[in-house]
Design a protein. Sequence first.
Length: 76
Amino acid sequence: MSIIYTCRHCGQQVGKLNQKIVDTTVLGFDQLTVEEKQYMIHYKDNGDIQIKTICESCENTLGEHPQYHELDFFIQ
Ligand SMILES: [Zn+2]
């Protein structure tokens, strides 16, 4: 299966990991609330996991508008 990171702001694919076994603890999933998991993590029909994150350019945009950070949460 693959873990695909997609920017939730612009939809760009940020990164992709190919793993046979996914340890969700390593990914930091255990630190998320149930609501955050439901929002950020999508299990696709083919077994891939799609994770909504933020790409560099959107992060830079948000960095110029720090008030937006209050509305969002991030996987570090
Ligand atoms: Zn983006």
